[in-house]
Design a protein around this ligand. Structure first.
Ligand SMILES: *Cc1c(COP(=O)(O)O)cnc(C)c1O
Length: 425
């Protein structure tokens, strides 16, 4: 698989380089130089998740990794299901929260971890990442216990939910977590500073594992195929997929699945009040505003970092952005939607609810809808319980960690301390 830097097409890398490097020169994103459609979709749809994902990913990655290697990576990464559940007569939910950290980021995080472990040549690898919650948890669990790989996760102290913190700050071993006395932007700024520090980067083999890594996107393509495989012939016709979006990695993966030949009719990009993309699609100007805090906080992003890949894909495929549906939802409407869904017998959380709402608003009579449920409701326990006015079920993965001691260090916003920690690992 060859990839080029969208910002500087002369920079070309292999799949392995792209995974290890993350970003190209000038912070450019890597993009596959060919996306050949699959010619055996019907046969693929009859396979199980692991076998089908192996075929799809081998097709993309090419001879750089043997099919046996890809199969073992996939089998170690995708150890949990992605079931499709009926919500209304013509709308289904794709539940992506049955992994160890109860959010869809387990797919990408675990696939990336297995990739790095499989092509680890020499030296050590240090994963440094900033998180406002879900990414950190997925990365921590994905890399936990791996030899020669250390993980350092920075998060804003007191600004993530208590259960969320327990989920990834109680592991220990090769996972170090640091509560920073600042906000998410401070954490991210220190990660950037670390990547600009060539001496540090070399010494510890720095990698960010964030959502721009191409391996995470490739993994996410697989569950669009999985969803399609679970639908019957009628539901597969005129399928519209609604994707709750923040950094737009999930939507990029869905569009890549379509580019590979999966017959999805169209997509809807659903956001919260951080609506840079819906405004751009409507008005034609890219005008990010200051990020606002919402109920669906994993989508509180005003400068979505995967968007250039979507533009690039539309360009190379000759698609028109006018075909991409969009919509945004306020917190008040999100609460109302959660209550409506509860009445339909489906317990959801704010991110999935936004995607569901946009489907109900835009679905035509001859279409079937599918929306992505990106996290388990228990991950947003406090707000979901308040909105629904009752206690909700807390799965074992979360409940079992609630009483474990937090192992995080606490640092002020001081890069020197982070650097010292990294060098000492
Ligand atoms: C990360 C996340 C999103 C946003 O996904 P993107 O790929 O960044 O658009 C949506 N919902 C949940 C629960 C998430 O954790």
């Amino acid at each position: 698989m060859n990839l080029y830097n969208i910002k500087d097409n002369s920079e070309q890398v292999s799949f392995q380089q792209a995974v290890k490097q993350g970003l190209g020169r000038g912070q450019g994103l890597f993009f596959p130089d060919t996306i050949a459609p699959l010619d055996n979709i019907d046969a693929l749809l009859k396979m199980n998740l692991v076998d089908r994902s192996t075929e799809v990913l081998s097709h993309l990655i090419g001879d750089e990794l043997s099919k046996e290697t890809v199969h073992s990576i996939v089998a170690n990464a995708f150890t949990f299901p992605a079931p499709v559940k009926k919500v209304t007569d013509n709308i289904n939910a794709l539940e992506l929260f049955h992994g160890p950290t109860l959010a869809f980021k387990d797919f990408g995080g675990r696939f990336m971890a297995q990739c790095l472990a499989s092509f680890k040549d020499d030296g050590k690898i240090t994963i440094l990442t900033a998180t406002s919650g879900d990414t950190g948890a997925a990365v921590a669990h994905a890399f936990y216990g791996m030899e020669n790989i250390n993980v350092v996760i920075l998060y804003p102290k007191g600004k993530i939910s208590p259960l969320q913190e327990k989920l990834f700050c109680t592991l220990g071993g090769n996972i170090s977590t640091v509560a920073i006395e600042g906000d998410f932007d401070d954490c991210q700024a220190m990660v950037k500073q670390a990547f600009d520090d060539q001496e540090l980067k070399q010494a510890v083999g720095l990698n960010s594992a964030n959502s721009i890594n191409i391996s995470r996107l490739l993994a996410q393509i697989c569950y669009y195929f999985e969803a399609f495989a679970q639908l019957d012939a009628k539901q597969r016709e005129n399928l519209v997929v609604s994707v709750p979006s923040g950094n737009f990695g999930d939507l990029t993966a869905g569009l890549l699945a379509k580019a590979l030949g999966l017959p999805i009719k169209r997509f809807i990009a659903a956001t919260n009040e951080n609506d840079t993309v819906p405004r751009y699609l409507k008005e034609g100007t890219w005008a990010p505003k200051k990020t606002v805090a919402t109920l669906s906080n994993a989508m509180d992003v005003s400068a979505p970092n995967n968007w250039p890949r979507i533009e690039e894909l539309f360009k190379v495929k000759g698609w028109s952005l006018a075909e991409l549906g969009y919509g945004k939802l306020s917190d008040d409407e999100t609460k109302k939607t959660l209550l409506e869904m509860d009445k339909l017998g489906y317990e959801c959380e704010p991110h999935g609810a936004i995607a569901f709402h946009e489907l109900t608003a835009q679905l035509q009579e001859d279409e079937t809808g599918l929306f992505l449920c990106t996290a388990h409701p228990a991950k947003f326990k406090e707000s979901v319980e308040e909105i629904l006015g009752r206690d909700i079920f807390i799965p074992e993965a979360l409940a079992s960690r609630a009483d474990l001691p937090l192992l995080s260090k606490e640092f002020p916003v001081d890069f020197a301390k982070v650097r010292e920690l990294l060098m000492a690992l």
